[in-house]
Design a binder for this molecule. Structure first.
Ligand code: KG4
Ligand code: ZN
Length: 341
């Protein structure tokens, strides 16, 4: 495969608009995609100096995600592919995240373990090569990013929660509040060693905030005192980072996987990146972390995944639609002759 160099990358952020509602509003997201896409395509062609007619292929995310937003990109991609007689490559969103790490350094040959942490997913994946994935761990309730977003709302820090909590907790004491590292019980006894649960942590944060408010209100003349937001944010970040890194390292060691890879929106968190590095070093594991600029959703990572599929001779049918759900283990279905949806 040719070198992977990003010639141009543009992201049309809708964060400000969604922030007003405290989260992504699907209808608004689709409408903004329709408005932004033509101009974004023009912009990256201009910046890269590459015309559509010169491309090797055209890619779009097909699953999983918000169907309206996926449709806008997929219809645009398939239309351009037909017009310019180019192969169309549908991409699984999580495969895009997995490939984001290659925008920094090349990956060692598989197998390796990936910790994928985003707003919708928290997964530990064994990767043996493109399309060869096995899920070894997951969250049983909220995704890690979702927990950041909900706790940020609880603390009044705004949306998206991850960057807001990171900024608030920068100078905070990460050991001030003891918070639980949620475990998931097995019906037959014991715990799932590589799984996660963030709902108890969310409740613990709520209780902590209520207790601090009650203590403040019980003392006359302290009602206007602010909560210790920096310590609350830092303690939350710390426990999330610890639970993610501890279970990932354990999984890598026990499964005989020598490299741990961190990707997804939450991988932008500096506390998490630093802890992963330190623990991998201690445990004798190699590690790779997606470049900061390509942790949260972006088209460059989708391009890398598509280039890899294209190099392997895989393209998608122009009649392929989109799907809200599709397990990563079934990503190969996007390249079947008969469209799977
Ligand atoms: O991968 P992504 O951009 O979108 C999904 O596929 O979900 O991830 C977005 C998630 C949000 O929940 C956001 O709060 C979180 O990633 N996030 C962070 C940081 N930046 C984004 N979480 C922790 N620390 C950050 N610096
Ligand atoms: Zn994502």
């Amino acid at each position: 495969m040719r070198d992977q160099t990003v010639l141009a990358s543009a992201v049309a952020s809708q964060v400000e608009e969604h922030a007003r509602w405290g989260g992504v509003v699907p209808e608004i997201a689709s409408r903004r995609h329709v408005e932004a896409l033509p101009q974004l395509i023009e912009q990256v062609c201009h910046e890269s100096g590459v015309a559509l007619a010169e491309l090797d292929g055209i890619a779009a995310t097909a699953a999983p995600g918000l169907v309206g937003a996926l449709l806008v990109a997929s219809v645009t991609g398939r239309t351009l592919a037909r017009l310019h007689a180019k192969p169309f490559v549908a991409v699984h969103h999580l495969e895009g995240h997995l490939c984001s790490v290659q925008l920094g350094e090349p990956l060692p040959p598989g197998p390796y373990l990936v910790l994928l942490v985003s707003g919708g997913h928290t997964e530990l994946l064994r990767v043996d090569g493109p399309g060869r994935y096995q899920r070894l761990g997951r969250s049983h309730d909220d995704a890690a990013g979702e927990a950041f977003d909900k706790v940020a709302r609880l603390l009044g820090l705004g949306y998206p929660g991850g960057p807001a909590i990171e900024a608030a907790g920068r100078d905070g004491d990460p050991r001030r509040f003891a918070l639980p590292k949620g475990r998931v019980s097995r019906p037959e006894g014991g715990y799932y060693p590589y799984d996660f649960s963030f709902s108890g942590l969310k409740t613990a944060m709520l209780r902590q905030v209520r207790a601090l408010e009650a203590a403040r209100d019980s003392v006359p003349d302290t009602a206007a005192e602010p909560l210790p937001l920096a310590d609350l944010a830092a303690s939350f970040e710390q426990v999330v980072a610890e639970v993610l890194v501890e279970r990932s390292c354990r999984c890598a060691r026990e499964q005989g996987l020598g490299t741990l890879v961190l990707v997804g929106g939450v991988a932008a968190n500096r506390r998490l990146r630093a802890l992963l590095e330190a623990r991998c070093q201690r445990d004798g594991l190699a590690w790779r972390v997606a470049p900061l600029a390509y942790c949260t959703d972006n088209a460059a990572m989708i391009g890398v995944a598509a280039a890899q599929r294209l190099a392997g001779g895989q393209t998608s049918c122009l009649d392929l639609g989109v799907a809200a759900r599709l397990p990563l283990e079934q990503a190969d279905r996007l390249y079947e002759q008969q469209p799977c949806f």
